[in-house]
Design a binder for this molecule. Structure first.
Ligand code: PLP
Length: 469
């Protein structure tokens, strides 16, 4: 793969998206005769081998949360054992019902259910987005049952884009409240936005952009006092904050121990260290979960019932998820959390010590920084980090960059290398503010174009290119 930037934003995307053109066969048509399995696997290996170093070495924000070769092999074996399983057919694979019920129960217990009287129930989904869409569906349908025809969700501006997807899919109006000067949800403004059409209030623990935990205690109480449901989105935090709390870090309560929290999302495929493709959505009480289900009893295809969005689902992924949770156990998650938070502390200190940038708020492990120096472009800093092998996330409103610290960064030397590279990257961005190529022009343009449809059209072109062989 070449790392040379081109200058033209779409050509730049093309270069990043299609590095194998010319080095591997392009298979735009079915081969007339099947290719030998060895050869097929060799093609797959060539790509994986080219891509492994970058994420395995600990240079990527988020993305791979565990990634040790032994763990990866263990997940693959668990998947392989159950690769033919489909939870749509529980009569054939009752193992899927056992594994998924246990995933849900273990997750609920971790998130406060063991310490309260109420029942906490849930389902396994394909990821954070589906967990959120499903929870919003439950509130949407409960609202309809209560006579709310034009539903509204109240959420901070930093809530994940999955809530926008849910709103768009189901015609839910959004009241997006700007975060306060402290970068977290503004409780008074959120409370004031709740009315008789509100079906749910949302808070994040933590929010994706700046890794900061919204004031869940006050937000959930404001919702409860008004008789409205409250969703804690802990997709990013559900499998790390409970252990951080036990380790003595300052984690405010964010889970079902709060009586106002009526649903939560927690991603097993992030800090649960499962393979990609699973998450858990939880509810206080079976009644709310019922509203998530889909049943259709008049279909010529038979009696149809699915708890989540897909029909057929990969039982192998649930097996791998269950295997990860059981193999880690409480002590495994606690050790992993301690290692991540130690690496994050070193990286946080590095950001704070670097002149020209500042850390946003006081996050635990998703660290966002922005430029404070006149003329310093934070996206140039990101590009200079890219040139040093890093893959950080560019954010906007306001312009900033973050790194989500995972176990990959807890490897020896990674946090120290981040500190060194960040210092050099800021200096480079300061000295060469007009450097060619990279993502800086794309982010700069996206921030400055008043016509958001133009930006959307650019993103659509990106997806168009994705599916060109
Ligand atoms: C806070 C939060 N919510 C939801 C999601 C969506 O998760 P997924 O990408 O698994 O759909 C993410 C992903 O990073 C997240 O950080």
């Amino acid at each position: 793969m070449t790392d040379q930037p081109t200058g033209d934003p779409l050509a730049e995307l093309e270069r990043v998206l299609k590095p194998y053109r010319g080095t591997l066969p392009t298979r735009a048509r079915l081969p007339e005769h099947g290719v030998a399995r060895d050869e097929v696997l060799a093609e797959l290996r060539e790509m994986a081998d080219a891509e492994r170093e970058r994420w395995q070495s600990g240079h990527v924000s988020g993305a791979v949360y565990q990634g040790d070769p032994e763990h990866v092999a263990f997940l693959a074996e668990a998947y392989a054992i159950h690769s033919q399983s489909n939870p749509l057919h529980l009569d054939v694979w009752p193992s899927a019902a056992k594994l998924e019920a246990e995933i849900v129960a273990m997750t609920a217990g971790m998130l406060g259910a063991d310490r309260i009287e109420d029942d906490v129930v849930g389902t396994v989904t394909s990821g954070g987005t589906e967990s959120i869409v499903m929870a919003m569906r439950a509130y949407r349908r409960r609202g309809l049952a209560q006579g709310i025809e034009r539903p509204v969700m109240v959420l901070p501006q930093t809530a994940h884009a999955a809530f926008d997807k849910a709103a768009e899919l189901m015609g839910i109006e959004q009241r997006k409240i700007p975060v306060g000067a402290d970068w977290v949800a503004d409780v008074d403004a959120m409370a004031a936005a709740i009315d008789e059409r509100t079906i749910v209030v949302v808070g994040s623990a933590p929010a994706f952009p700046h890794g900061l935990i919204d004031p869940i205690v006050a937000l959930s109480e404001a919702a409860r006092e008004r008789g409205v449901g409250f969703h804690t989105d802990s997709c990013l935090g559900g499998f790390i904050l409970p252990w951080a709390e036990r380790l003595g870090h300052p984690v405010p309560v964010f889970d079902f121990r709060l009586p106002g929290v009526t649903s939560m999302s927690a991603d097993t495929h992030k800090f649960g260290y499962a393979a990609k493709g699973t998450s858990v959505v939880l509810y206080r009480g079976a009644e709310l979960r019922r509203h998530q289900y889909f049943t259709f009893s008049d279909w010529p295809g038979g009696l149809y019932a699915t708890p989540t969005l897909p029909g057929s689902r990969p039982g192998g992924l649930s097996a791998a998820c269950w295997a990860a949770m059981v193999a880690f156990g409480e002590s495994g998650y606690m050790d992993a959390t301690a290692r991540i938070l130690e690496a994050a502390a070193t990286m946080k200190a590095a950001i704070r010590a670097t002149e020209g940038i500042e850390l946003i708020g006081d996050p635990l492990y998703t660290l966002a920084f922005r430029a404070t120096e006149e003329g310093l472009d934070v996206y140039r800093v990101m590009d200079a980090m890219t040139a040093r092998g890093w893959r950080l996330n560019g954010l906007h409103r306001p312009p900033c960059v973050h790194i989500c610290v995972t176990l990959r960064h807890a490897q020896t030397g990674v946090a120290a290398a981040f500190a060194e590279d960040l210092d050099a990257a800021v200096r480079e961005a300061r000295e060469q503010p007009q450097a060619e190529g990279g993502m800086a022009p794309i982010y700069g343009l996206a921030a400055s174009v008043p016509d958001r449809a133009l930006v959307s059209s650019f993103l659509e072109q990106y997806m168009d290119r994705w599916f060109v062989p």
